[in-house]
Design a protein around this ligand. Structure first.
Ligand SMILES: Nc1ncnc2c1ncn2[C@@H]1O[C@H](COP(=O)(O)OP(=O)(O)OP(=O)(O)O)[C@@H](O)[C@H]1O
Ligand SMILES: [Mg+2]
Length: 261
């Protein structure tokens, strides 16, 4: 990692992000220390993916400063992978090593070994030879995380990695995140689950602007959640029980609202 161990991995100052049409996420003002697990909360369209794209260097800030002092890798939102494409879990994990190779080199023994180690790290060494498309959603998610590990990235951006996972897969992924952070990786996780984010080190609440940032105990207040979610109940498709209920609302099992993606 560049910079010394004490310097923040991400620094934003009055940063505004957006596209040709204008700013979609303004007022960013936060610093993230190495090894933190950061929950990124916000409604659909709140700006979570836009923030990740800026951190990954895909888009430049429209204003202000956004500094990333680490190599960065993203596990993208929803698995849009070609499931019919003939690659193994090991092949996918190996792809993370490509950026570190000269253009004329193909991955060799050393790269395959790295990939196997990364698959072991995410608990999938037994599945190295399995066709990527034949794995479960939770296993594919972990293969994609293995790919970020072989790339050597220190800042991992996970864009709604829990979507569609059952409870055991979710628990596995949560403990993997804990382990990686314990190893010094900085991890930002976009999620719709407030309760889950409250167990991590920091939370960043976004709704077109930065609503709050800090330790969950301070940054997740009732007014913050209302400003973040606009007083609406946010539900994950197919998992209404994991919905976010801002204060005033009692838990109920109504029909899940369709997420507008
Ligand atoms: N390529 C683009 N060009 C123009 N506007 C965009 C582009 N991508 C996203 N936006 C707009 O930016 C805003 C923030 O979108 P973004 O995808 O960052 O939200 P999000 O918090 O990730 O939402 P979700 O929970 O649905 O994934 C939205 O209003 C969206 O329409
Ligand atoms: Mg998104």
């Amino acid at each position: 990692m560049s910079g010394n161990a004490d310097s923040p991995v991400v620094i934003t100052r009055h940063a505004a992000l957006g596209y040709e049409g204008g700013v979609v996420l303004g007022n960013l003002e936060f610093e993230i220390p190495a090894g933190a697990r950061v929950g990124v909360l916000g409604p659909n369209g709140g700006g979570k993916t836009t923030l990740f794209r800026a951190l990954q260097g895909e888009i430049e800030p429209l204003a202000g400063k956004l500094e990333v002092n680490a190599s960065c890798a993203t596990v993208q939102q929803t698995d849009r992978s070609r499931l019919d494409y003939p690659v193994s879990a090991l092949d996918v994990a190996t792809m993370g090593t490509l950026a570190g190779l000269p253009w004329w080199k193909r991955p060799g023994r050393a790269e395959k070994r790295k990939a196997r180690e990364a698959l072991a790290m995410v608990g999938l060494e037994e599945h190295a030879r399995d066709h990527f498309g034949s794995l479960s959603g939770g296993q594919r998610q972990r293969v994609l995380i293995a790919r970020t590990l072989t790339s050597g990235a220190n800042l991992l951006l996970m864009d709604e990695p829990f979507t569609g996972l059952d409870a055991p897969s979710e628990a596995l992924l949560e403990s993997l995140i804990d382990r990686l952070a314990g190893d010094g990786k900085t991890i930002m996780i976009a999620t719709h689950e407030v309760e889950q984010a409250s167990r991590w080190d920091l939370v960043l609440c976004l709704n077109k602007t930065q609503i709050s940032f800090g330790r969950p105990a301070e940054a997740l207040s009732r007014p913050v959640l209302e400003a973040t979610y606009g007083g609406h109940i946010v539900e994950i498709p197919g998992q209404p029980e994991l919905g976010v209920l801002p204060a005033h609302h009692h838990h109920h099992d109504g029909e899940p609202e369709e997420a507008n993606r």
